[in-house]
Ligand binder design. Structure first.
Ligand code: AQP
Length: 326
């Protein structure tokens, strides 16, 4: 089984990225050949400061390793170091329909109907499809927010295969977690937690210090009925806190909710601070060792070489089917 996934270096990885997707990356190392990318080409769909981008690329790489990804077992690399991503993306762009791309909810959210939204934002899902299909990936561990993009990837693979034969592209499956698959913003539990949201209080980054973690959780938006139960529709704030608690402690949300029956929101929040601080401490400690070490860049270079070898084979196969080149 081959596994592929990626993270955008658009800021510090937050607990939504971690609980929704990255936790699975680590576990999947025992199940198959894993390829994990830092998708910097996706990060420039909206303007980025170059030195900040470079620094975020290395931060994400160090966090990959800090959460337990082993560069010897998994291939860890930076997307722009493998030219095949952009090349396959163009081929797939020629197979994608403008109608299906206009229906992508992430494009609608980020462009908000703005005529001068970059075309890269519109084509982002095709690049994501290319990222996955370039490695003949069978499984793609991602958060719930990527479900629509995975469907498009499958549709494109099937469309290409219908034209050129089933041996052209592998049709991948998304792998979604149940607990923590969609972590919501702490200050607005109706929107998803996001790296690029303006307010720092909306998220907890894996590198946040204990005081910031405490502040964000204790200030998290809840409701006024005082009852601790999981009900996303009526109680999105409390449900989000229960879900984060459950995911970090390996317990079900119902189990956590039962423990806090009859208690105030303050005690749930206080304990959640402790659970979160304890979960993030070892990650932060490993990050501080890995980030300044030269091994980080060596691991990414080695990863890019291994990724390129696989990507070149798949790309040549696809180009051949399309009749490209001599
Ligand atoms: N709130 C979330 N809950 C659960 N999973 C999430 N993911 C993102 N946000 C949540 C999952 O994390 C992985 C990496 O995401 P990404 O960096 O590639 O892109 P994104 O989904 O656009 O993440 P952000 O944090 O919202 O970044 P910005 O603000 O830059 O757009 C993906 O598997 C994603 O599903």
């Amino acid at each position: 089984m081959r596994v592929f996934s990626g993270v955008q270096p658009t800021g510090n990885i937050h607990i939504g990225n971690y609980l929704g997707a990255l936790r699975q990356f680590v576990a999947l190392q025992d199940e198959g050949e894993c390829i994990y990318c830092i998708v910097d080409l996706h990060a420039i769909t909206l303007p980025k400061d170059p030195s900040e981008l470079r620094s975020h690329i290395l931060d994400v790489a160090a966090l990959y390793m800090a959460i337990g990804l082993d560069p010897k077992r998994s291939i860890l690399f930076v997307q722009s170091d493998v030219p095949g991503h952009a090349e396959l993306s163009w081929i797939l762009t020629c197979c994608a329909y403008t109608g299906e791309l206009s229906r992508m909810t992430q494009f609608k959210d980020k462009s908000r109907g703005n005529e001068s939204a970059p075309a890269g934002l519109f084509l982002y899902p095709v690049l994501m499809a290319a990222d996955i299909l370039l490695y003949d990936a069978d499984v793609v561990p991602v958060g719930q927010d990527q479900k629509q993009h995975i469907e498009l990837t499958r549709d494109l693979a099937v469309r290409v295969n219908n034209r050129f034969g089933d041996d052209t592209l592998v049709v991948p499956d998304g792998r979604f977690l149940k607990e923590g698959a969609r972590v919501m913003a702490l200050d607005d539990p109706t929107s998803k937690m996001s790296k690029s949201a303006e307010s720092e209080m909306s998220r907890i980054s894996l590198l946040d210090d204990d005081a910031k973690i405490k502040k964000a959780i204790m200030r998290a938006t809840t409701d006024s009925d005082g009852e601790i139960r999981y009900d996303i529709e009526r109680k999105p704030g409390i449900s989000n806190l229960l879900s984060i608690y459950g995911a970090f402690s390996g317990r079900s949300v119902d189990d956590v909710a039962a423990q806090y029956q009859g208690q105030g929101y303050g005690s749930l929040k206080k304990d959640l601070v402790e659970v979160t601080v304890d979960a993030l401490r070892p990650i932060k400690e490993r990050f501080c060792e890995i980030r300044p070490s030269g091994e980080l860049v060596d691991a990414l270079r080695d990863g890019a070489e291994r990724a390129n070898a696989i990507a070149a084979r798949v790309l040549a196969r696809v180009q051949g089917k399309f009749g490209l080149g001599v």
